[in-house]
Design a protein around this ligand. Structure first.
Ligand code: UDP
Length: 327
């Protein structure tokens, strides 16, 4: 039986990855420090004898007894609101956390896949974004803490691959959605759906002409798994190229939910990328992967999940108080 360590295991993608690798017959160690993750995402694994949870901050030295075959590094705040609130922790987990993970991979002779992001392209001047585009990032802007941490993650991962011969994979994840997103994480899908469910108007930032391309979590996880099992070391975009403006998207959610709520406009956050769409030619060619779940189906499944949350959960929209968290 192969053993995998997943960092960020109590997060949105991390928890789905735990399910995927357990379903593939692996033994899984889930690691998280629960700053942005939630035990409720992995509560269903409590009695699974192939799963073990370790509460640990990957910025500190990581100790794992025994063999490891795979490490998947998914620990990081990932929502613009979160990384505005905990900027130093965001930088540290991308830099120190990734360094520790790579050191562990080297010591255990394990294959390691690290989670990068479309944010490394910044506010892109090339559209759609191909992996060979170097990006347009404001290093000192509010999003710079996440973007630069992830750019460093890619650099140190390639250095460990080239210098130490570590068996590495780099995925660039584009906007992904689905069950287990945090309703209060500030990202556009939980934001709009939470607003509908609480009877509030939908807040479109700017004039809503900025675009995103949303990938359903099931497709994203399949792409991650295929990349892990491939022998490809350079970054690969995994996302859904079906691009939509945020205004059209808000209108789709109004139609999907049948709400009477209206759209209200708020200021566009600084350095909010104006367009984003993955070029997935590489993923198709190398992994034989492309997304299968369309937005209509994926959004319905996501809305059903949010609807199933208790009223208490819906009302808990205050962002977490991170002030006691030391960086
Ligand atoms: N957005 C919005 N209203 C909200 C939250 C987000 O219009 O209540 C916009 C945001 O300005 C961005 C897009 O939706 O253009 C996606 O934002 P998100 O925070 O989901 O992630 P990003 O893709 O910017 O990292």
């Amino acid at each position: 039986m192969k053993t995998a360590l997943i960092t960020g295991a109590a997060g949105f993608l991390g928890s789905h990855l735990c399910d995927k690798l357990l379903a593939k017959g692996m033994s899984v160690i889930g690691m998280d420090n629960l700053i942005t993750g939630s035990m409720s995402n992995i509560a269903h694994l409590e009695d699974n004898s192939n799963f073990r949870f370790v509460n640990h901050d990957v910025c500190e030295h990581i100790v794992i007894e025994g063999d490891l075959d795979y490490i998947l590094h998914f620990a990081s705040p990932a929502s613009p609101i979160d990384y505005l609130k905990i900027p130093i922790q965001t930088l540290k987990v991308g830099a120190l956390g990734t360094h520790n993970v790579l050191g562990l991979a080297r010591a255990k002779n394990a294959r390691v896949l690290v989670a990068s992001t479309s944010e490394i392209y910044g506010d892109p001047l090339v559209h759609p974004q191909t992996e060979d585009y170097f990006g347009n990032v404001n290093t000192i802007g509010p999003r710079g803490v996440y973007d630069e941490a992830k750019r460093y993650l890619e650099s140190i991962t390639m250095a460990y691959h080239r210098y130490h011969g570590v068996d590495t994979r780099i995925i660039r994840i584009f906007n992904t959605y689905g069950p287990r997103m945090r309703l209060n994480d500030g990202r556009v899908i939980p934001a709009f759906m939470g607003q509908v469910l609480r009877g509030e108007d939908l807040t479109v930032f700017g004039d809503g002409s900025q675009t995103r391309s949303f990938c359903f979590v099931e497709d994203e996880i399949e792409g991650i798994y295929r990349l892990l099992m491939s022998d490809y070391h350079l970054p690969v975009n995994i996302g859904n190229p079906d691009e939509i403006t945020i205004l059209d998207f808000a209108q789709e959610i109004i139609a999907l939910t049948g709400t009477d709520q209206k759209i209200v406009y708020k200021e566009l956050p600084k350095n909010d990328p104006l367009q984003r769409k993955p070029d997935i030619t590489k993923a198709k060619e190398i992994l034989g992967w492309e997304p299968k779940v369309g937005r209509a189906e994926g959004m319905q499944r996501t809305y059903d999940y949010f609807k199933s949350l208790s009223q208490e959960g819906l009302n808990k929209m205050e962002y977490r108080d991170f002030t006691s968290f030391k960086t």
